[in-house]
Design a binder for this molecule. Structure first.
Ligand code: SF4
Length: 316
């Protein structure tokens, strides 16, 4: 059974005319590219909490940590209305099994960071979080979140999408039941992926799995998931990926010819010097994994973390 990857999203990003002026903020990368892989769960906090279309614009007013949601001209405070609706909405979203959320940037309801907050006596700072976005992130601290604008940055895009697919594989593994053997298998298959994010977390997760028999399974799985999502939030860098690639070369010690090994190490060096993108050494490694049927590497999710059609590793 293919389980859809459900992603929550600010409705206006899908091209729905729900903005204050009756327009939308359609993002073509989201609708045309990501839309082929994800099942959207649209959320428009302002419309769903009962404000009409068109409507007066809103702004955050007060302190950056705990601002009020207020109409820009007439000064009507909609904070309690929004929070009351959000609490109910979150219980609905609890049942959706979301693997991520894409927020509309800068919105006083949906913005994930750097939303303008106005001081009552003048001036503003870009330090706020939209009222719904904050409630969502507090309720689902382990779900990967991003904004549409940041998804145009190749590194942030790669990391967000990689996290979504990792969380999906984790959920699929949970469907096979919480068993120590399943956890060992998951951890083994994700070794290089986790190492590319954080060696420290990978080691902590490994220690946890090794001591797994001493914990109740629910507790073990919960601790592991927490560490995993913390690890995935730390972005891979050229240095970290370079170390992972060199580590992989070690698995071909007895198989690669001298020429093949030299070529592979040279290609990894070219990546480490940022002359070629990650996809280049990875393609060569995948070729050798196939050619020599390398049993340990061929199960590594690092080599196939998301559909190649997304072309993510061409830019990092
Ligand atoms: S930014 Fe959020 S509240 Fe505003 S129109 Fe888009 S989905 Fe609705």
């Amino acid at each position: 059974m293919v389980i859809p990857i459900k992603i929550g999203i600010s409705t206006c990003l899908l091209g729905e005319n729900v903005r204050y002026n009756g327009g939308n903020s359609r993002d073509r990368f989201i609708t045309d590219t990501l839309g082929q892989y994800f099942q959207w769960v649209p959320v428009c906090p302002e419309v769903e909490c009962g404000m009409g279309i068109p409507r007066e614009t809103l702004r955050l007013v007060g302190s950056s940590e705990n601002p009020r949601l207020v109409t820009s001209k007439t000064g009507v405070d909609h904070t309690d209305r929004m929070l009351g609706w959000a609490r109910e909405k979150l219980t609905v979203l609890d049942g959706e099994d979301l693997c991520g959320f894409i927020f509309k940037s800068k919105s006083p309801s949906s913005g994930m960071e750097r939303v303008k907050v106005y001081h009552p006596n003048g001036g503003s700072v870009n330090k706020g979080i939209g009222v719904f976005a904050r409630t969502f992130m507090d309720h689902f601290p382990r779900i990967p979140v991003e904004e549409e604008g940041r998804l145009h940055d190749p590194v942030l895009r790669e990391n967000f999408i990689e996290n979504i697919f990792a969380l999906k594989r984790w959920r699929e593994s949970l469907m096979n039941g919480k068993k120590l053997g399943n956890l060992v298998d998951f951890h083994t298959r994700h070794k290089f992926l986790f190492l590319a994010h954080s060696e420290k977390h990978y080691r902590m997760m490994g220690k946890l799995v090794a001591e797994g028999k001493s914990f109740p399974l629910d507790n073990l799985y919960n601790q592991y998931e927490l560490l995993m999502m913390d690890a995935l939030r730390l972005r891979p860098t050229v240095k970290k990926n370079g170390n992972v690639l060199l580590h992989m070369v070690g698995y071909f010690k007895n198989q690669l010819t001298k020429d093949e090994k030299e070529e592979l190490v040279l290609t990894i060096d070219q990546y480490r010097n940022e002359y070629v993108p990650l996809i280049v050494p990875l393609t060569l490694i995948k070729h050798y994994v196939r050619k020599y049927d390398q049993p340990y590497l061929k199960q590594q999710s690092y080599l196939n973390p998301h559909p190649i059609e997304l072309k993510l590793r061409n830019h990092v």
